[in-house]
Write a protein that binds this ligand. Structure first.
Ligand code: PLP
Length: 483
């Protein structure tokens, strides 16, 4: 590489060889990831010993920097696309979208306004229309925007709900969500400056669904006190159990009470692509706004969230500001400036990966992938039910299953069961061979699998169970020796 390089350039040959090295690394990663460990563990100290340095005044050889990154950075990052990454909500991703993201970044397309890149804006319009249709939203009036993720989509939704339902004065505004709602919603509410007293966390029933009667009582009480119920956040696929709230009933309540109906379907929404999921999602089309996270179960790489709205004008009425320097490029109203539909002005070209992967694989392959995931979780449930060692704590729902080690031959106390299952998870993660962490359901520590990776096989699951079983026997030995 040139010595004085204030243009920050490489020669054509250097660019090519560098690019090929990067592609080779990515392809190798995709090809061989199943044989590698999904889990990375590293303390702050270990990471600092690898990376901490002053910003170098002098550059280095490109290949050397790249190799260092491949060896030290990539290997010290957990792989959420690994077939044995069962925890949180994995990010299975797909290679076409990876390359599409590379293109979007390579051309550094500004995806803020129409004038800058009409094609990028149109692809966002088109792909949002695909999603509107999938979710049964009105095609003409409906709209939406791609965001960095579900958290930003939820924030955009609550800001919109408040603008439309409250205008400038939200001092009496009350927002409702269930105790199973994702934490990003509370974060959004706090970021927007609501006080604690304006948030109602409604308990859930024994299936982790919004307790309707309690909700109705709460709304009625708030009205009697002169407060203003303005927004309700339901969940289509809770992160813990995959539960879908009673969307139809909630839609009716919201309609009757003139409350903005937001549905957080960040991970679960994509289930609508399958026949079973479509049944479960009945009522999702009634939402005023809906969060879906294509970087989860629509198999897109990070970062890609999406907010769909029933009426696109609600977004522009919330987010349009007209500074002088944007005056000249306003153009035709049908030519959407996405900076007027959300928070970001400069935005990366997120629509491209969604567009290219759907065009390449076709929607049917996406449907089949999601269906495979839902079926796999149900098969896992059947397997667990037929075993003497495992208890299904919550049935397979939208590819999530909660279970625990609880052998029928032994009578352990709840405390002991918590200890055993916590131990299993810790040991599995420590082994780095699978990512399997616990959650808490009804006060019990349980193991949770989220099976939204279409490349996860039954064998990946049973291998993991075998590993769990060995750790269970290990701690059982310790428990009994103590007695
Ligand atoms: C993942 C998730 C979110 C947050 O989305 P990010 O993309 O991580 O910001 C919100 N709600 C639900 C239900 C989720 O599963």
């Amino acid at each position: 590489m040139k010595k004085n390089n204030a243009r920050l350039e490489l020669s054509k040959e250097e660019m090519k060889s560098y690019g090929y090295q990067v592609v080779d690394a990515i392809v190798e990663h995709h090809q061989q990831q199943a044989d590698k460990m999904p889990v990375a563990l590293g303390s702050r100290n270990e990471m600092e010993s690898l990376f901490l340095e002053e910003a170098p005044e002098k550059g280095s050889d490109p290949a050397q920097v790249l190799n260092f990154v491949l060896e030290k950075v990539m290997t010290n990052s957990t792989n959420m696309a690994h077939p044995k990454s069962f925890s949180f909500v994995p990010g299975p991703s797909n290679y076409i979208s990876v390359m599409a993201d590379t293109l979007a970044t390579g051309y550094n397309i500004f995806s803020g306004g129409w004038a800058a890149s009409p094609a990028a804006a149109e692809l966002e319009i088109v792909t949002i229309q695909w999603l509107l249709k999938i979710f049964g939203f009105p095609k003409k009036k409906g709209g939406g925007i791609f965001t960095s993720g579900g958290s930003m989509a939820n924030l955009t939704a609550v800001a919109t709900a408040r603008r439309i339902k409250c205008g400038d004065d939200f001092s009496k505004a009350i927002i409702y969500l269930s105790d199973q709602a994702h934490s990003s919603n509370i974060k959004a509410i706090r970021v927007l400056g609501f006080k604690k007293e304006q948030i109602r966390i409604i308990p859930t029933d024994n299936e982790f669904k919004f307790a309707i009667n309690k909700l109705k009582n709460c709304i009625a009480k708030d009205r009697l006190e002169g407060l203003h119920p303005f927004c309700l956040i339901a969940t289509a696929g809770t992160t813990n159990t995959g539960t879908v709230d009673p969307l139809m009933e909630l839609a009716n309540i919201c309609k009757k009470e003139d409350i903005w109906f937001h549905i957080d379907g960040a991970y679960g929404g994509a289930a609508i692509l399958s026949k079973k999921g479509k049944q479960t999602m009945k009522g999702i089309e009634k939402a005023d706004s809906l969060t879906v996270d294509p970087h989860k179960w629509f198999f897109q790489p990070y970062e890609m969230g999406c907010l769909l709205v029933r009426n696109h004008k609600n977004l522009s009425n919330t987010f349009t500001e007209k500074p002088e320097y944007l005056r000249d490029i306003e153009g035709n109203t049908s030519e959407i400036n996405f900076y007027d539909h959300g928070i970001q002005l400069t935005r990366r070209f997120r629509a491209l990966k969604f567009y290219m992967s759907l065009k390449t694989f076709g929607l049917k392959e996406f449907r089949d992938a999601v269906t495979y995931n839902i079926d796999l979780a149900e098969e896992v449930e059947t397997l667990l039910r037929g075993s003497k060692s495992w208890e299904v704590v919550f049935p397979a729902t939208l590819a999530v299953i909660n279970f625990r080690y609880n052998p029928i031959t032994k009578k352990y106390s709840e405390k002991e069961l918590d200890k055993i299952n916590q131990y299993i998870s810790e040991k599995v993660v420590e082994s780095r061979k699978a990512l399997l962490v616990t959650t808490i359901l009804n006060g019990q520590i349980v193991l949770r699998m989220c099976l939204i990776n279409p490349r996860t096989t039954m064998k990946d699951v049973t291998d993991t169970f075998d590993m769990c079983k060995n750790y269970a026997l290990e701690i059982e030995g310790k428990l009994t020796s103590k007695v």
